[in-house]
Design a protein around this ligand. Structure first.
Ligand SMILES: *Cc1c(COP(=O)(O)O)cnc(C)c1O
Length: 442
């Protein structure tokens, strides 16, 4: 499709995945199966780099922590933003050096702080982002006096669902009006390198207003911190870059987001050497962003096999071997994922047109998993080429928060995952077994 290393198209739709290839993978590795395309991950990184040439870009690791993805992201030049000690460990394992790792502490368990501070002792370039004064006390108790970033709660949130809006949620960050005072005090003790905010997930063309507002408040904060003698290295405005889950949604205009970001930030960051820093004179920080979803969402699909087809009152109910334990987003957020019947060779989620073979009826289909919960549906009454038992469905945009949120409820082992790069396919996570699940019992 495109050379590795270039940015590729703005989006890869489910319809563009090769059905024959995917069916062969389902055959060889069985289902449910996650497929992640490393080349697409690299393209997504490259597009971000093109749109934000002067910015620090960190990948929010929690969207997909698989080593294949982390290594691809590292090779593409992005840094790693980690939400737990476990993620910090996985970033090191993937070859990120301490200077490319940021740990964002959210109500961190003591065990996490012990491990991250331990890592920091050997890697003093590692940065820790704090969202509460308590966390600073606890870091001090552990002897930490290194690179500190303060997470502000900017009072604005954005996101596709209430559960992913963090910018105005009291759980996250320090109320922005208190940050400058605290930062000034902490700068005496720590290496105060940054201020940070993350508004949540789902920046789209429609809610750039919220993004602008957040960024503008962060610009003001950075100037305030600077005017009190801070020497900020970066102003981090978070992630949340949206991806089109529905086939009719346009892709995010990254250049527009980048332009809005720079403009709203004001004279702080991400300037070319001849830029506008002179106007305010005193702030010379780099713009920093930390997308997760955008890097991996359209690089992954989930394959699942039909085991039951039955006529219900309003829809054909199609039972499959992937459920809310495999892909939690529909149950948790009511999220929409495109679904395609690979065996029928048709793109299912759009127009209800008859499929390529012409003999398959398009009917309203509810795709449901094997879990004893009514929330365990991947879609409801969606026009889909009528599946038959044994056929394979592909679920699109499953690269972000897919495998990552999978769980073992109902004693349902987690799926396998393969990573492809060019023509090479590798099993990167074996299928979990029932024995894996009971192994911890004593
Ligand atoms: C989850 C998270 C991100 C990434 O969010 P996306 O919507 O995946 O881009 C970035 N920063 C922080 C602090 C996060 O918690």
């Amino acid at each position: 499709m495109s050379r590795v290393g270039d940015g590729g198209p703005a989006v890869r739709r489910l319809a563009e995945w090769d059905a024959t290839d995917l069916l062969a993978l389902a055959e060889e590795y069985d289902t449910p199966l996650y497929v992640i395309d490393r080349d697409r991950v690299a393209e997504n990184c490259a597009r971000l780099r093109e749109a934000f040439p002067d910015a620090d870009i960190s990948y929010a690791v929690k969207a997909h922590t698989g080593q294949a993805v982390l290594r691809t992201v590292r090779e593409a030049g992005l840094d790693a933003e980690c939400a737990s000690a476990g993620e910090v460990e996985r970033a090191f394992e993937a070859g990120f050096t301490g200077n490319r790792i940021r740990y964002t502490a959210v109500n961190p368990p003591g065990r996490d702080l012990d491990r991250v501070v331990g890592r920091w002792q050997a890697n003093p370039e590692l940065t820790i982002t704090v969202g509460a004064a308590d966390t600073v006390d606890r870091l001090r108790d552990r002897g930490f006096d290194g690179r500190l970033c303060v997470r502000a709660n900017p009072g604005v949130g954005a996101g596709h669902h209430e559960k992913v809006r963090t910018g105005a949620n009291a759980k996250f960050g320090i109320p922005i009006e208190r940050v400058a005072d605290l930062a000034e005090a902490w700068a005496a003790e720590f290496d105060l390198v940054g201020v940070h905010a993350h508004a949540g997930s789902g920046i789209s063309g429609d809610d750039l207003t919220a993004h602008r507002e957040l960024v503008s408040r962060m610009g003001d904060l950075a100037r305030e911190v600077e005017s009190r003698g801070g020497g900020l290295e970066f102003v981090d405005v978070g992630g949340g870059f949206g991806v089109p889950y529905r086939s009719e949604e346009p892709p995010l205009d990254l250049d527009a987001v980048a332009a809005a970001t720079r403009e709203a930030l004001g004279d702080v960051a991400g300037r070319s050497p001849a830029g506008c820093q002179a106007e305010l004179g005193n702030v010379d920080a780099t713009l920093s962003i930390e997308p997760g979803r955008y890097v991996v969402a359209d690089a992954g699909v989930l394959l699942t096999r039909v085991n039951t087809v039955k006529e219900a009152r309003d829809a054909t109910v199609v039972g499959v071997d992937a459920g809310m334990t495999t892909l939690l987003r529909p149950a948790m957020y009511g999220a929409y994922h495109a679904i395609r019947n690979l065996s029928a060779g048709v793109d299912s989620d759009t127009d209800g047109e008859p499929n390529a073979t012409g003999d398959r009826e398009t009917v309203p289909v509810t795709v449901a998993g094997p879990i004893c919960e009514s929330a365990d549906v991947l879609c409801e009454e969606r026009p889909l080429s009528r599946p038959e038992r044994g056929e394979v469905l592909a679920v699109g945009n499953a690269g972000a928060y897919g495998y990552e949120m999978s769980n073992t409820y109902n004693t349902r082992p987690r799926p396998a995952e393969v990573a492809r790069s060019g023509t090479t396919v590798r099993l990167v996570r074996r299928r979990e077994t029932a024995a894996d699940l009971t192994e911890l019992e004593r």
